[in-house]
Design a protein around this ligand. Sequence first.
Ligand SMILES: [Zn+2]
Ligand SMILES: [Zn+2]
Length: 167
Amino acid sequence: MEFRVMEVVSKGVEHSFNEELDMQELLGDRKDVLSASQLRASLAVRPFDGTAQVSGELSADLKMACSRCLEPAEEHIVIPIEERFAHVSAAKDINEDEDLIIVEEDKVDLRPYVEGTMLLYLPMSPLCSDDCKGLCPDCGINLNEQSCGCSQDVIDPRFEALKKLLE
Ligand SMILES: [Zn+2]
Ligand SMILES: [Zn+2]
């Protein structure tokens, strides 16, 4: 997934990338990711206003640990991409307010950008289902599968005092 910024900007060269990247290494340290599909990148590079515009979409399917019960949660992630790259030599001619990725090397490899973007978009609190009941904080039982008596046994001491007053 490489292109040359200058070539895109001055010669109008366009690219389109449809690639599947292995995320094994990228997600190796993530304990919350149980398994992951290939990272699918579908991107187009075009000249736009003195920059190389990259647009398209990233997607992946992951199994993550549910943030409440730790059982596998299926996540389908789709990330729209809209980014502009400018070479450092041309950057001064471009409005500074614009959100640009300034590159020093003419040749850009989109892979690290794509991988970094995917990491940013991983869900912070994946859920196996919206109404996951989670684990009991006292006995650790999965409340989606079984119920336990813990919560009924806990009596708020303030209620105890109140009960005594009412007797
Ligand atoms: Zn869950
Ligand atoms: Zn319990």
